[in-house]
Every structure is written in C-alpha cells, then in structure tokens.
Design a protein around this ligand. Structure first.
Ligand code: ADP
Ligand code: MG
Length: 150
C-alpha cells in the first residue's frame, strides 16, 4: 500500500527524511524519483541527519555517488539523473556497495527495471510550495510499517 505525505516547507521535508531514517536497516535500497528541485536531495539530507551523519550532504550529480560512513549505518547517495543508460547504472554496482548500509538513488525515470526486487520508491511531486511525497513499497518493503510516517 502506498503512503502519501504532503509537506509545505523545506524543513518539513527534512524532518520527514529524519523520521524515515528510523525505518532503515542494512542493505535497504531506496529510489527517489521526481523532477529536479522536487526535494529529493533535501529529503536525503534529513535521512543523513537521522542516521547520525554529520557530514554536509551535497548533491552528487557530477560525482555520481558519495559514501558517508560517519553515521549508525553507511549511506551511499547516488544521483543517476544524468546518466546516459541503464547499463551505466548497473556498472555502479550500488546495491553491492550498500550491502552493509543503505543506498539512496536519485533518478529521472528510466532505470526502474534495474533495481533489486526489494526496494522502496519515493516519488516527489511539486505542487507550488508543497511537495506531495509518495512512498511506494516493492517486494519485502510491503511489510515495513510506513504508516508511522503519517
Ligand atoms: P532535487 O534533489 O529533487 O533536485 P533539492 O532537494 O535539491 O531537489 O531542492 C528542492 C528545492 O525546493 C530547494 O530549493 C527547496 O528549498 C525547495 N522547496 C520548497 N518547498 C519545499 C518543500 N515543501 N519540500 C522540499 N523542498 C522544497
Ligand atoms: Mg538532487
């Protein structure tokens, strides 16, 4: 079942990410979809704060991925928005690197088929200053108690 949350400020999106962090365990894969400026990186900053990561989160767009290891769980943050193909994405072997931690992938849209069966999609829609944020579980993520986010 999808869970939909609406935020009306950047701080609210940050806080939602921080609360979401409490649901994470090692080897989780989360894909964040939505237009540029929709709030994906801000949400990941909130997650990082919830994981006890004190390093500033910056968009990995030009570096493709960054790994933060100063929190309770290692966090891989990737941005494949500008990658040319799914093949390039698979070459990153993100899930493998994130085995002991959690993987967050910001993306455009085309790579859905190369995600592992168990993953969460978080879709961000811009609605003026509001953001409509939809949590869409796949595979084992369906058993996760996402309703605590409501
Ligand atoms: P993305 O990673 O999806 O490209 P960012 O997180 O980098 O997006 O940027 C989101 C932008 O939208 C920021 O400039 C932020 O201040 C602005 N914003 C305005 N309202 C919100 C909101 N409710 N939630 C998240 N970001 C918001
Ligand atoms: Mg971003």
């Amino acid at each position: 079942m999808n869970i939909d949350v609406r935020t009306s400020s950047p701080d609210e999106t940050l806080l939602l990410g921080r609360r979401f962090a409490a649901l994470l365990t090692a080897s989780d894969v989360v894909a964040l979809s939505g237009r540029l400026g929709a709030g994906k990186t801000l949400f990941v900053s909130g997650v990082a704060s919830g994981l006890g990561i004190s390093t500033q989160i910056t968009s990995p767009t030009f570096l493709i991925e960054k790994i933060y290891t100063d929190g309770f769980l290692p966090m891989v943050h990737a941005d494949v928005y500008r990658l040319g193909s799914v093949g390039e994405f698979e070459d990153l072997e993100l899930a493998d690197e994130g085995r002991d931690g959690v993987v967050f992938i910001e993306w455009g849209d085309a790579i859905a088929d190369s995600l592992p069966p168990d993953h969460l999609v978080i879709h961000f829609e811009i609605d003026g200053d509001d953001r409509s944020i939809s949590f869409q579980p796949h595979g084992a993520w369906s058993e996760r108690d996402l309703e605590v986010l409501l």
